[in-house]
Design a protein around this ligand. Structure first.
Ligand code: ADP
Ligand code: MG
Length: 344
């Protein structure tokens, strides 16, 4: 075949593939938007595991009526003005791709009322086409309903699992956000039944108890460390001077057969980082049996200029200026918590 430009519809669906793989990935993007909007209360509702409906309702700042049209345009964002802002970005989103991507492969309706606005606005986009738009009476905040995900991309739909499995993944995503943001109240319902709820009162252990049970919450050890290692100076010290590690890890007697309950957040993002997970486990040394893994919820915060958050399509990984130095401090933080509990 000769080289040709793809038509806009195909291009949009292909681009969407990077962002939206399943209901859980759409849920992640919509929850990120709600958090970026300053919401303190985020409600997620599912029908059929999110396959027929995924709705995220927030009480955040809302979208002004005159900006709503832009929200569904690719590369339209209120979060950065140019690439230079990425070095200091404090929001979870910045690419302006989530809403257009989701709307390219589903039937999306969005209703929103901006802070201080007398009335709200709504818009429906089906497979990338605006089918309805107007003003609406709605409470302050934003509600996004995603119906019939992949209705126009059967190849994608084929790869979805059962509603139960897909719903389970959404549940996991909501749980991770609740751990990352104990100050935000989350609730999740599936087919009308409440599956998960967090109070939003700001206590991490409350969320741990909700998610993993009160026994686990009682078996967690607090972790708290800030700044660089007081010993060596130089580059590693400069690159960890702003580091704060906070959260909790399990007592050595409390462990799991997988890493599923090891959660790591960097500047509020849930990230996968093998090197850092390894550093956490290493801190237990011989206290854990082979094949066992601790539970952990660790929040790292770091000067954003020491992170590249734009290295992964789903933003599930970040690149550190000095991952080794961060891993070393993380190791020390966890080791201190464990040693305090079980001195050797
Ligand atoms: P990004 O989050 O990368 O900016 P999105 O496509 O997710 O891109 O959203 C586009 C824009 O729409 C956002 O920059 C924001 O201004 C607005 N927006 C989306 N969701 C919400 C929400 N729940 N509350 C307020 N504004 C929102
Ligand atoms: Mg976004």
């Amino acid at each position: 075949m000769p080289i040709r430009l793809l038509d806009a519809d195909s291009a949009a669906k292909i681009a969407a593939g990077e962002v939206v793989e399943r209901p859980a990935s759409a849920a992640k993007e919509l929850i990120e938007n709600a958090i970026d909007a300053g919401a303190t209360d985020i409600r997620v509702d599912l029908r059929d595991g999110g396959l027929s409906l995924l709705r995220v309702v927030d009480n955040g700042c809302g979208i002004p009526s005159d900006e709503l049209g832009l929200a569904f345009e690719r590369h339209a964002t209120s979060k950065i003005g140019s690439i230079d802002d990425l070095a200091t970005v404090a929001t979870l989103g910045f690419r302006g791709e989530a809403l257009p991507s989701i709307a390219a492969v589903a039937q999306v309706s969005l209703a929103s009322r901006a802070e201080g606005a007398a009335s709200g606005c709504h818009m429906q986009v089906h497979g990338g086409q605006i089918v309805e738009q107007g003003s609406a009476g709605c409470p302050p905040g934003t509600s996004v309903s995603v119906r019939e995900l992949f209705f126009n991309t059967p190849a994608r739909r084929k790869f979805l699992k059962t509603p139960l499995a897909e719903g389970g993944q959404v549940t996991r995503v909501v749980g991770q956000f609740a751990l990352a943001y104990p100050g935000i109240g989350f609730s999740l319902t599936a087919d009308g039944k409440t599956v998960f709820q967090s109070s939003g009162r700001g206590q991490l252990l409350d969320v741990v108890a909700r998610l993993y049970g009160p026994e686990v919450a009682r078996g967690m050890l607090p972790v708290e460390l800030s700044g660089a290692d007081p010993g060596p100076s130089g580059r590693a010290a400069a690159e960890t001077a702003s580091l704060v590690v906070r959260g909790c890890v399990s007592q050595p007697s409390l462990s799991r057969s997988s890493r599923a309950q090891l959660s790591l957040f960097v500047n509020g993002r849930c990230i996968q980082a093998r090197g850092l997970l390894h550093a956490i486990e290493e801190a237990y040394a011989s206290l854990l049996m082979v094949g066992r893994h601790p539970l952990a919820v660790l929040h790292l915060s770091l000067d954003p200029s020491l992170l590249d958050v734009n290295v992964h399509p789903a933003k599930a990984e970040v690149k550190f200026a000095n991952e080794r130095a961060v891993a070393s401090r993380l190791h020390q933080a966890v080791h201190a918590a464990v040693a305090r509990y079980a001195p050797v």
